[in-house]
Design a protein around this ligand. Structure first.
Ligand code: GDP
Ligand code: MG
Length: 230
């Protein structure tokens, strides 16, 4: 019982910080997107493909979280936009405090789109809002179509599901229609895209989704009411 109470308190404190972050994002007209998936689903690769398509003068910034190493930040920094690695030192998710601290050196008026690559984990990051406009969940075709049912929380909260590595479909027994039906079972409103960074399939649709979201006025972030300790 004590453990549950402590975790709830940590989450409430995180929600307070997330609301403040979201207020600052809205004030500075920043579109902030929080990418969540299991390790290896293709978050960094998708972000690399995404950054490569922006003009150099665009105001894009990236925060990327990992338990250890700065590998992802090194990969992403090649595209010329500001990138910062958040090494959590073993913590399985990013939280609002980490984002606040990472943003300190960056003038927010110089950012139009902030991508956050969360720590590779399908469970913990879904409980920690970061003030983002939307969560995006990635599921690669090598992971199995049952994952939305096994890990419903993130599929429930995400605005967009990106099914990645679709170039591998001929080689793996992945039922695409079942995967989509499972995702819609936990979240009837979820948008779904199929993407391969290897072949470029679906990248135009992904960019169109992004530009559409950029064109929308930033809705003030609503703290999820069903945040629960994991
Ligand atoms: N075949 C294939 N492999 C991919 C694709 N996207 C990523 N990968 C590979 O999947 C592995 C993990 O990708 P990464 O972007 O590091 O995943 P992350 O841990 O979610 O950031 C790497 O070896 C990538 O080259 C894809 O579209 N097709
Ligand atoms: Mg990565």
């Amino acid at each position: 019982m004590t453990v549950v109470r402590v975790e709830q308190k940590v989450l409430n404190e995180n929600q307070r910080i997330a609301l403040e972050l979201s207020r600052r994002f809205a004030e500075n007209e920043i579109l902030c997107l929080n990418f969540i998936s299991a390790p290896g689903s293709g978050k960094t690769t998708l972000l690399e493909g995404t950054l490569a398509a922006f003009r150099p003068e665009e105001k894009i910034a990236v925060l990327t979280g990992d338990l250890q190493t700065e590998n992802d930040a090194r990969r992403l920094a090649r595209y010329g936009f500001p990138v910062q690695q958040i090494v959590t030192g073993g913590v399985c998710h990013l939280d609002g405090k980490m984002i606040e601290r990472a943003l300190e050196p960056w003038p927010l008026e110089n950012i139009d789109v902030l991508f956050i690559e969360n720590v590779g984990n399908l469970v913990c990051p879904s409980s920690y809002d970061l003030g983002e406009e939307a969560k995006i969940v990635l599921l690669s075709v090598t992971e199995g179509e049952d994952k939305p049912l096994k890990y419903p929380s993130i599929f429930h909260k995400a605005a967009l599901l990106i099914l990645t590595k679709v170039d591998l479909l001929p080689y793996v027994p992945f039922d695409m229609e079942a995967a989509k039906a499972n995702a819609r079972q936990v979240n009837p409103d979820i948008e779904i895209l199929e993407v391969s960074c290897a072949t470029g399939k679906g990248m135009d649709q992904w960019r169109a989704w992004l530009e559409h979201r950029r064109a929308q006025p930033q809705a003030h972030f609503a703290v999820s009411s069903d945040s629960r300790p994991h």
